[in-house]
Design a protein around this ligand. Structure first.
Ligand SMILES: [Zn+2]
Length: 576
């Protein structure tokens, strides 16, 4: 009787909202109600999705109201593949690729010095890279002429880095630079002989200038430079979280180490974690995870566990991705299998041979852990599809949502095998924009038809989800910004709009599909589609308001769209 009374009243008195977005173009990514004008949020949940008129009853004097002015509101973006720790290093660290003169050199080092914690080593740099690339593209003569590369000197930075060790390198890692503090810590002085395999450049008086060469330099300093402190890494993580907020990324799947996971737990306890994390362990450590009781669904909505990762082949960039037929530009090269494939073990009384990877995968899968495996070349992807068949046979058909990581080049015959296999294609569409410039030269026209074939994957029944693979390298960045991924999937063009119709244009996705891939499908990939990924009553309130309506603008403009507001867990965490 009492219960019925409470239920009765909860229908009459609408719960009041802490936050209301109204006058918006809400694209919900929820098929049952794709469009709305307003959203109401209470605590960290969405409590209403509907019309401007109907949302009024959720508003009281304590409600924050955002008038979206007709702008597009989407679920927060969910990046399916981020190397968070490397992103920290690249985003906060020293980048000198485009530097080959004293003034910009000093100002770049000073910038990093000013933002780093006291005492932390400044490393990396890679100065003069652009200088080298430019002169090598001028002419054969230019290439032969010895480039007069920039040479930093101690005195350029010593004045402001007296207590800060700096150890950096030229782009080709053949010339190194250390400031006075770094030389002091390394014991390289006027009076001491050069350490083995290191040549110390000296002035007339025998003082080191800061320039070091020789095969022993990197190793010598590797033994001296301490790992980045906890404090430094927390600070770096917060810098990247800020960047996520600016780009509307409210969830991401992280590929980093256990230390990074500890940092996320720490930030979460401090109430400073502004992205939901899906954190993966390693396949060869599945047993340890299992002993801790970790399986699909473990963790909570802030830090989700239950997935392992592995790699079976290399990458396109250095022709190590594994193919059935040799690379088109190198007839001896088929790519590689990673170590985890070996040794091959004999099963069922020696009748079957099984890769070590498969042996581990079967065990982890039967322990209820989700598998994710990196595969780039067609042979690598085929191998995993074969393995899926055998997994189904061995452990039974189940909703395992195997994450095929990158799914980059698929053999035409293999697309139909995705059907009903519960496979997630964990792709990063910006790779396409970047790689299309040389893909056909490497693997030829025919095989390129199955490269970054998002439409074929989607139509084959794979669940296609999107992410960035941030950070890439300093020379080839994969930015966190989801607009670049959406642009790539929708236009299949380079950032300067080539080719005019897009690269293999049949493989384009629609704007609606691309948005779904970057939100709901990424949530599905971590078994979280019931709590996030669409703007649906009862789901977590992770929302973005964009500067322009992706569904209406010319696709060429998608890459320039910005995030106006990011709402995470019911709170505004970014406003432009
Ligand atoms: Zn990656």
């Amino acid at each position: 009787m009492k219960f019925r009374f409470i239920f009765f009243f909860s229908f009459l008195i609408a719960e009041k909202a802490d936050l209301v977005i109204q006058n918006a173009y809400v694209w919900t990514v929820d098929l049952s109600k794709p469009k709305a004008e307003a959203v109401a949020v209470h605590n960290n949940k969405i409590i209403f999705v509907g019309s401007n008129k109907a949302v009024q009853k959720y508003i009281d004097s304590n409600t924050t109201i955002i008038d979206a002015g007709g702008k597009l509101v989407l679920p927060g973006f969910n990046d399916n593949h981020v190397h968070f720790e490397s992103t920290c290093r690249i985003v906060t660290g020293l980048n000198l690729l485009d530097v080959h003169q004293e003034k910009p050199f000093i100002s770049r080092v000073r910038d990093v010095h000013e933002r780093f914690m006291p005492g932390v080593w400044i490393t990396g740099g890679l100065w003069s890279a652009y200088q080298a690339w430019e002169s090598s593209s001028i002419s054969e003569e230019g290439r032969k002429a010895k480039i007069d590369f920039f040479k930093p000197q101690r005195k350029m930075v010593d004045s402001f880095t007296a207590e800060r060790p700096v150890f950096i390198q030229r782009f080709d890692r053949k010339v190194f630079f250390a400031n006075s503090k770094a030389l002091e810590i390394a014991g390289i002085t006027k009076d001491r002989a050069d350490p083995p395999n290191i040549h110390v450049e000296r002035d007339k008086r025998g003082n080191p200038t800061g320039i070091l060469t020789g095969s022993g330099v990197q190793k010598y300093f590797n033994n001296i430079i301490p790992p980045r402190s906890w404090k430094q890494r927390v600070w770096e993580s917060e810098a990247v979280l800020k960047r996520c907020a600016r780009f509307g990324v409210t969830s991401l799947s992280d590929m980093s180490d256990a230390r990074q996971r500890e940092i996320f737990y720490y930030l979460n306890n401090e109430d400073k974690l502004t992205v939901r994390i899906h954190s993966r362990g390693y396949l060869d450590q599945w047993e340890k995870m299992s002993e801790l009781g970790i399986k699909i669904g473990s963790g909570d909505s802030m830090i989700r566990l239950g997935t392992v990762k592995a790699w079976i082949d290399g990458i396109m960039g250095n022709s190590t991705a594994r193919f059935y037929k040799a690379y088109s530009h190198n007839s001896d090269e088929f790519g590689i299998w990673r170590k985890i494939m070996f040794p091959w073990r004999s099963q069922s009384g020696g009748r079957d041979l099984q890769s070590n990877l498969e042996y581990l995968a079967i065990k982890a899968d039967s322990a209820g852990i989700q598998l994710s495996v990196h595969a780039i070349g067609d042979a690598a992807n085929s191998y995993l599809l074969d393995m899926m068949d055998r997994l189904n046979e061995h452990n039974g058909v189940k909703n395992r949502r195997f994450r095929l990581v990158h799914a980059q080049v698929i053999r035409p015959d293999d697309f139909k095998r995705f059907n009903n296999m519960s496979i997630i294609a964990e792709v990063q569409p910006y790779h396409c924009t970047d790689d299309m410039r040389w893909m056909e030269e490497r693997i030829g026209h025919e095989r390129s038809k199955g490269a970054y074939a998002f439409r074929s994957l989607w139509d084959s029944g794979a669940v296609v989800c999107f992410g960035s693979d941030s950070p890439g390298t300093n020379a080839s960045r994969y930015p966190l910004n989801p607009m670049l991924g959406l642009y790539a999937a929708i236009t299949r063009q380079t950032l300067d709009g080539k080719p005019a119709d897009g690269w293999f244009p049949d493989e384009k996705l629609s704007v609606e599909e691309a948005i779904q891939a970057y939100t709901l499908n990424s949530a599905y990939a971590s078994f979280e589609e019931n709590i996030k990924g669409s703007i649906t009553e009862g789901k977590l309130a992770d929302l973005v308001i964009l500067s322009d309506n992706l569904l209406e603008i010319d696709p060429s403009k998608i890459k320039d769209v910005e995030v106006k507001t990011t709402i995470f867990n019911g709170k505004i965490i970014y406003q432009q």
